[in-house]
Design a binder for this molecule. Structure first.
Ligand SMILES: Cc1ncc(COP(=O)(O)O)c(C=O)c1O
Length: 448
């Protein structure tokens, strides 16, 4: 038995020994096509020569020096790279580099709080999140997230956060409203909540521009974010975009919110930033936030030992330069359209596929027992877990999850292939997924 405290203490995992392009190999030589990059991480596959070389070169220079004493070149260059490409309002922004998405979310919450305190508004401490959101597993990030089942065991440890509904058209849009009307109606819940709490007490609204793991790649309804921006501006509430999963090109643009025509005040990013070559995440404060600190205490009140790690920053810089030099975001957009088409062709009429949704190379199928009533499969069918295991047996890595309906019920399968994915690989993904679903759904349908 393993001495590692794995996610599951009972089951035995295969050992990964090698990665090559979009494929991973275990100790028995079995090959897996990676269609999800773990959790939408491995944007450049598993053997990118330029990124590996940049990391080795940095190790030969210097690996680590504490940020209380030094800055380092990769961190400076990476911050400049991001700020130069960031949305409007970030020209005078600054970036903090951390080790994980959760850490970045904690830092974003603290940055928002510092902003208000520096401006003489210490009563602004309340955070508003969204139902069914996921922002990480550390206590602050978990408290803001809206996945009831994940929060439940830790409830006594969590700060008090209130939530607005997710912008989840498949289940929440009324038949008598347009997509736009649904978007604006959903956004207006934020104004109601701010007024209920008292605007002078609210620090920030936290939102994933394209919902990731818990809801399964749900893009916002048209008009949703424009209205959210208006509401935040009206009441002096900061808008924090959690782009940990959907950012860094995954949905077709470097910053996910770009596509909604608005800019947030604070952005977090992680998975695609290091693409798995190094653990790295970032939080970027826009000009308004940084200005408040410069005019106030002049110092960041939140620090970590591994901030701006030189090797991690060198790896991330190489990832972003590789994406740009090879115009991979164009491939994300083109192959994203193809993936959408292939999914709709193959599963559009499937009796157990209720919804097919996504953006860029970030797509999901939501599975239902009944397409007309949208009734989910019973939790006892353990559908998501069975699909994950069966796909892996079939040589495909995909990311199914359950709970999209209410934190417990509802199953979806998330796909997030590499940014350089080929048409042939997409066809293989669809074929293996189809075979896997046929096998798993026939058993689940019996259980429903
Ligand atoms: C949107 C979002 N935010 C935050 C996190 C937390 O990131 P990490 O697992 O690196 O702490 C995740 C992880 O899946 C995520 O999807």
């Amino acid at each position: 038995m393993s001495a590692v405290l794995h996610r599951n203490l009972v089951t035995q995992l295969p050992t990964v020994v090698r990665g090559e392009g979009a494929y991973l190999y275990d100790q028995s030589g079995k090959r897996y096509l990676d269609a999800c990059g773990g959790a939408a991480v491995s944007a450049l596959g598993h053997s990118n020569a330029a990124v590996i070389q940049a990391i080795k070169d940095q190790l030969d220079e210097v690996a680590y020096a504490h940020t209380g004493f030094f800055t380092n070149e990769p961190a400076e260059e990476l911050a400049e790279f991001l700020v130069a490409r960031a949305p409007e309002g970030f020209g005078a922004g600054r970036v903090m580099f951390l080790g994980s998405g959760s850490e970045a979310m904690e830092a974003a919450l603290k940055l928002a709080r510092q902003f208000h305190v520096e401006r003489g508004n210490p009563e602004r401490g309340h955070i508003i999140g969204r139902e069914m959101a996921y922002h990480g597993n550390t206590l602050g990030a978990l408290a803001v997230g809206g996945h009831r089942q994940r929060r439940a065991p830790y409830q006594p440890l969590l700060i008090d956060v209130t939530r607005t509904p997710a912008c989840y058209a498949y289940r929440l849009k009324r038949d008598d409203e347009t997509e736009e009307e649904f978007g604006v109606r959903t956004a207006n819940h934020l104004e109601d909540e701010i007024l209920r709490l008292g605007p002078e007490t609210v620090a920030a609204f936290v939102v994933e521009p394209v919902s990731g793991a818990t809801l399964g790649t749900v893009p916002p309804a048209p008009g949703y974010f424009k209205r959210i921006r208006e509401i935040c501006d009206k009441y002096g509430v900061l808008l924090i975009a959690d782009e940990v999963m959907c950012g860094m090109g995954r949905t077709g643009t470097l910053f996910a919110l770009e596509q909604e025509g608005i800019a947030p005040d604070i952005i977090t990013m992680a998975k695609g930033l290091g693409a798995g070559y190094q653990p790295i995440a970032a939080v970027m404060g826009g000009g308004k936030v940084i200005q408040a600190i410069l005019q106030g205490s002049g110092s960041l009140w939140n620090g970590h030992t591994y901030m701006s790690h030189a090797v991690a920053c060198a790896g991330a810089l190489a990832v972003l330069k590789t994406i740009e030099a090879n115009d991979l975001l164009e491939n994300v957009r083109q192959k994203g359209e193809l993936l959408s088409k292939l999914l709709k062709q193959r599963f559009g009429q499937h009796r157990h596929v209720g919804d097919i949704r996504g953006r860029g190379l970030f797509w999901s199928l939501e599975l239902v027992a009944d397409r007309t009533s949208k009734e989910p499969f019973p939790a006892s069918a353990c559908l998501a877990a069975t699909i994950k295991a069966t796909a892996q047996e079939n040589g495909l890595l995909c990311y199914p999850a359950s709970g999209c309906v209410d934190g417990e019920l509802g199953d979806h399968v998330l796909l997030a292939p590499t940014y350089d994915v080929t048409e042939e690989q997409l066809m293989t993904i669809i074929d293996i997924l189809d075979r896997t679903l046929k096998h798993c759904l026939s058993n689940a349908a019996l259980a429903a």
